[in-house]
Each structure stands twice: as structure tokens, then as C-alpha cells.
Design a binder for this molecule. Sequence first.
Ligand code: CTP
Length: 397
Amino acid sequence: MLAGKRILLIIGGGIAAYKCLDLIRRLKERGACVTPVLTRAAQEFVTPLSVSALAGEKVYTDLFDLTDEAEMGHIQLSRVADLVLVAPATADLMAKMAGGHANDLATTLLMATDTPVMIAPAMNLRMWEHAATQRNLATLLGDKVQVIGPNNGDMACGEHGPGRMSEPMEIVAAVELALSDGPLRGKRVLVTSGPTHEPIDPVRYIANRSSGAQGTAIASALASLGAEVVFVTGPADVAPPSGVKVVAVQSAAEMLQAVQNALPVDAGVFAAAVADWRVKRESNSKIKKQDGKLPILEFAENPDILAEVSQMKKDRPGLVVGFAAETDDVIANATAKRKRKGCDWIVANDVSPETGIMGGTENAVHLITDDGVEDWPRMGKGEVARQLAERIAAALG
Ligand code: CTP
């Protein structure tokens, strides 16, 4: 809920501006007070009248409007909010923010504010991928600007790819998270999830049956307690949660690199089903059939990401949580795994086919810590995630 929260919504000049009408409605439904600011270009896409009608507030457009200055100066306008939200954040607006421009009301407010800023970028995919935009994005992230999206998909310009503004409900979830007062506020947590794909050649790979459901639920539960979550995911069946930073990878080697890039973190939860082996020599071209001769694949062992992070001298997270998916002697194997890898906690479960846990909606886990083994009753994966997130919050205190 956003009851009593004040959001200064800066609407940039892009076709996605139309989504802001719904965004305002959704924010207000949750009790937020939305003060809209339209750039000059935004007024080509939505009218101040429709924005004002939905927000139930005066719309600000011009830096040099003396009536506005008399009512509320632009410095004050930039400071009364709990969050400044820029949606859509166009390539131009991002460039101006990164460069510290202040030549209209929107950019002046962004320069003058001392409250957190979140942007929802939206632009053509080539503009999004352009080195200049990516440079500006890196600058803004360094300036502690929070970024939601953009999503992949069809664009108004007829192209397909990253650049679509996040949907209003995704933005609302990110805003709720940014303004939440949960126990993990200010903590940074890494979650790995999903399977990995180990390439054989450009069209074939080795994979496993992990759906990513449990890891996704854990990332979502941690985020809803206020954590800043870096979600490193292999190619999973379930969509990543909103309100987390998603780093999509394919192989174990890529996952290790992404995990190293995410450090330092306060806690790491390693829920991914990482392939233990990769094909030693990936073929650069498709392996062809050869008159009944069968290809021979030689394997190499993948890095053990959980073990590497657990045994780090520098940058080891304060709390490292591993998983153990077992089919026999669950507790004994998981207890040995915890010791061997050097993690603090192990969440162990029996993934024998008759349990229906792998790929299912429920889980029955044992939490193994320094204090011993706790047997949790069988429950939904969402509930396991919530309880685990609460335990992590208590441990990080
Ligand atoms: N793990 C990892 N990197 C690997 C293999 C596993 O980070 N290359 C992590 C998993 O994310 C999980 C834990 O290690 O948190 C245990 O994974 P599991 O597959 O149960 O154990 P393995 O190390 O593969 O051991 P075994 O195959 O002998 O059961």
C-alpha cells in the first residue's frame, strides 16, 4: 500500500506516456498522492487536462510560470515528494539527467531534488542499446537512480526487443518496494535461480528440469521485505519477479561471472540447479550426422558457484544459503554438502519423483544450520519463500 505517500511523476515525451494515465490511476488506488509534471514533448502525447483529471492534482509544465512559483516554488516541488518517478524516461531525458542539465521544469526538479529517483525507460531498441544510452544508464545507476525495465516486446515503432516501458502494475510494484519499510530495507541480497544450459554446439545444449519456481518465489519474498535483490537466473520456465534486478544467463560459467559482478552483498541464496558438467569443447558449428558414427562428448566439471562464494576471503556475504536437492539420505547428504561447500545454511529437500516437488507447486524442506536440523511441514513454494526470507531478515538483523 502507498497510503499517504507523495509521488512526483515526471512524464517524458514518448508514446509510452499514454500508459501513465493508467499508472496514475493504479498509484492513486493504493492511496498515493500523485503530482504530475509534463515535459513539453510529453504534452504532444497526453494532455495536461487528462493527466490532471486522473491525478486530481494540478499539473506542472513550465519552469517560468510565475503563478506556479507563487503557489509552490520548483525547489519545494522537488522536495515534498517521497519519490520522484520518471515515466517514460526517454533517451533524451536520461541523457539530460546523466549530464546534469536543468533547462526545463522536469530536469530542474531532477537536479534540485533530495528524494529518491526512479526511472522507467522507454525508447526504440536501437536507442536503448546505443552506447550513449548505456553509458548514461551506468552513470544514473552510479548516482543511485533506481531503474525499472525496460521490457522486451513489440514496440510502437514496429520493431521488437528491449525498450518497452514496464507495465503500470510492474512500476507500481517497484514503487511499493522502494517506499516499503520492510526489515531488509538497505540490505542487498543475491539470489541464483533456474537451470543452466550448457552448450554442445550452436543449436544443442544440456539442461535440467528446474523450473526456477522456488528461486523466483524467494527473490520476490526478499524484495517484498525491502531488500535490493540481484536475481541471477538461468533459462527458467517462470517469469522473473518484478522489483528485482534481473541478470539473465545461460551457462554455469556465465552464472559465476554474474554472481561475482553482483558482489558484495549482505546475503546470497543459491537456489539455482547449476549443471555439474559442461561439454569440454563446444563446437562452433552444428555437429552433423556422419553415416552412423556417433559423436563423443567429453565433459569438464563446472565451477561450484556456491562453494567458491562460501570460501571467498574477500567479499564473502555475511550469510550464504545453499540448497540440496537429494533423492536418498536427504539429511545426511545435505549436512555433508553444507560442510563440504562451507555455506552457513542448507535448505534440503527430497526431489524423488514420488514427492512431486520438482516442477510442482509445493515443497517440504529441512533447514540445516549450525544449530541443527529443522523439519518444515510441506507447504506452497511461496510460503517456504516467505518463511525463509523472514529467517534471513532475522539473521541479518
Ligand atoms: N551449486 C552451485 N554450483 C554448482 C553446483 C551446485 O552453486 N556448479 C549450488 C546449488 O545452487 C545449490 C547447491 O550448490 O545451492 C547444491 O547443489 P546440488 O546440485 O544439490 O549439489 P551438487 O554440488 O551438484 O552435489 P551432488 O550432485 O553430488 O548432489
